[in-house]
Design a protein around this ligand. Structure first.
Ligand SMILES: Nc1ncnc2c1ncn2[C@@H]1O[C@H](COP(=O)(O)OP(=O)(O)OP(=O)(O)O)[C@@H](O)[C@H]1O
Ligand SMILES: [Mg+2]
Length: 360
């Protein structure tokens, strides 16, 4: 998978940009607030997902502009392809190879990328929602049907929770709970099964990357933590508690992924550098899983990663990625010194232009 060209019109601070990257490593440097992350974010949108910064679509449109237009030329499945994405009046419109898609979800599985940004450290540091989102986002790229499953589950959950809140005032409504329970069980069991299956493969790949990054100093382990092995039984047993609390206390929306370093919780005991390395290992393992399934190496987007790693970890990272197309942003071109042979681009006030061919 390679990006051949990216055109942005009125995307955040990127007014008019045409960017033709190299097939190997592309270093994108510039001072703060010039548009480096925006450029990676624009590429990421073609995976069919939402902004990795959690931005609303309306925030992606340049201030004062009516809409934004993005075009991507990429090489995949042994041919050149093109995709376009417009956001206007709060709506997305996507095309793939000139054909209209019903929604931007239709891009899922055609262009694949993984993104690492400093904010992703929340994956290790914060609560389980971040880890569930990581698993779900990875599965959404792997299996287009998973998006539908997840949306349907979330919809059912909202309905069940609304019902739980009404029951104390209208006790007779409790008779309709089993209908929602059955749907929760059906979709919830599938979601948990997909996640567990994915995690088994991911943990092997992530442990191998982590081993390389840390030079074998620590062992990474990942474990799926289920709130219920028997979801139907747990819903039945928890019914009175759920009614009291007004929400559904068990199910995949409450599950977690435990991250262990040498057997102890990384969230509680890991150092800053260890947490960063874990996130990188997870992201690179995600890329390996995508490659296993699609037969293509996803594009790797690394936002601000160099300044956070010591030189041996940087070297491992760059060697490990030698045959992928990689985009790395940084504030000082010197940070990318070990990247000989890559392309170097400068982002300045929303414009992208080639800089010196080799970092000094
Ligand atoms: N919708 C928008 N319209 C216009 N400008 C925007 C919009 N959204 C964000 N910006 C601006 O884009 C600029 C560049 O943001 P970006 O996050 O890409 O910077 P960066 O080069 O990655 O900087 P840093 O090195 O600090 O991470 C910011 O100044 C931000 O205010
Ligand atoms: Mg940035």
């Amino acid at each position: 998978m390679k990006i051949l060209s990216l055109t942005c019109r009125s995307y955040r601070n990127l007014g008019e940009v045409r960017f033709e990257p190299r097939s190997g490593v592309n270093v994108i440097w510039g001072e703060n607030a010039q548009g480096k992350t925006n450029l990676l974010e624009a590429m990421w949108l073609f995976t069919g997902g939402h902004s990795f910064r959690g931005a609303k679509d309306s925030e992606l449109v340049q201030h004062e502009a009516a809409g934004t237009q993005l075009e991507l030329g990429f090489y995949s499945e042994e041919r050149e392809q093109s995709a376009s994405l417009t956001i206007e009046g709060g709506r997305r419109h996507a095309q793939l190879n000139g054909i209209d898609l019903r929604s931007s979800n239709g891009l899922v599985g055609h262009f694949c990328a993984v993104i690492f940004s400093p904010e992703h450290i929340s994956l290790v540091r914060e609560g389980p929602a971040n880890r569930r989102n990581f698993l779900d986002a990875a599965l959404c790229q792997l299996k287009p049907g998973y998006v539908r499953l997840l949306n349907r589950y979330q919809h059912t959950l909202l309905q069940r929770n609304a019902l739980l809140k009404d029951i104390p005032r209208h006790r007779e409504l409790a008779d309709t709970l089993p209908i929602w329970d059955a749907r929760i069980v059906q979709d919830g069991t599938q979601i948990a099964a997909h996640r567990k299956q994915y995690l088994t493969r991911l943990s092997t790949a992530a442990a191998a990357v982590y081993n390389g990054l840390s030079h074998g100093k620590e062992q990474l382990g990942l474990v799926y933590l289920s709130t219920a092995d028997d979801l139907a039984g747990a819903l039945r047993e928890g019914r009175e508690r759920d009614i009291r609390q007004g929400f559904t206390g068990v199910g995949p929306h409450r599950d977690d992924m435990e991250i262990l370093l040498d057997g102890s919780s990384a969230r509680s005991y890991g150092s800053q550098g260890q947490k960063r390395s874990i996130v990188l290992a997870l992201k690179l393992a995600e890329a390996a899983m995508l490659e296993e399934t699609t037969g293509e190496k996803p594009v790797v987007l690394l936002d601000d990663v160099l300044s956070e790693l010591d030189s041996s970890r940087q070297d491992y990272l760059l060697n490990h990625l030698s045959d992928c197309q990689v985009f790395i942003t940084c504030c000082e071109p010197e940070q990318a010194q070990s990247l000989r042979g890559g392309g170097l681009y400068r982002v300045e006030n929303g414009c992208v232009c080639p800089a010196r061919p080799n970092p000094a």
